[in-house]
Design a protein around this ligand. Sequence first.
Ligand code: DX5
Ligand code: ZN
Length: 230
Amino acid sequence: MTFSRTPKIAPSILSADFAAFGQEIRAVEDQGADWIHVDVMDGHFVPNITFGAPACAAFRPHVKTVMDVHLMIAPVDSFIDDFAKAGADILTAHVEAGPHIHRTLQAIRAAGMRPGVALNPGTPIEAVAGVLDMVDLVLVMTVNPGFGGQKFIASQIDKIASLRAMIGDRPIHIEVDGGIDPDTAPRVVAAGADVLVAGSAVFRGGSLAAPDVYGRNIAAIRKAAQGAAG
Ligand code: DX5
Ligand code: ZN
């Protein structure tokens, strides 16, 4: 896959119908999704539980684009091979999830996936300075992880801009996650983000019976983002 900073929309299936993940994934891809974002939560690193590697394996045949798996779990390392077998393309671990993020990112790459590293809103970008050359993606959380539908934390915009400067010419995506909609998308893109995760703002008002709403929601975020892209 060639690297590009053109804004990409990654619907989070955390906001999909949990009884119909396969159909929901196909619906948002048909409606223009660039990547599919999969939020794995363990009830320990974050105060919510979603699903694990067996569920990701079941999603895989339905994903034609990129299966972007965001781990909100601790520990991480003992599960990496399970997510590789499940077919994750990108596997992102939080820098706060343990003392050995370097080892974790090495193991993700060795298992054949593209590594990402995530930062909670309270974590400064210096926490990833030592591992930037190991990753394909840095995920900046724009809410505290755990739930969809939370309010965007505006202080993260300056952080995105500082991270963008730190990354320089390196082919590393900046992904943002939490409270992204047509109002916040241009602000994060102007600061340097290029992968926009959106749950509520994609699935809001739509359903498998009315998937064109997903398409309109995705198009609205994309249009707002493109207007701000440098
Ligand atoms: C939060 C998750 C997000 C979440 C975003 O912990 O990582 O991916 O689904 O949801 P919205 O777009 O509704 O803020
Ligand atoms: Zn996420």
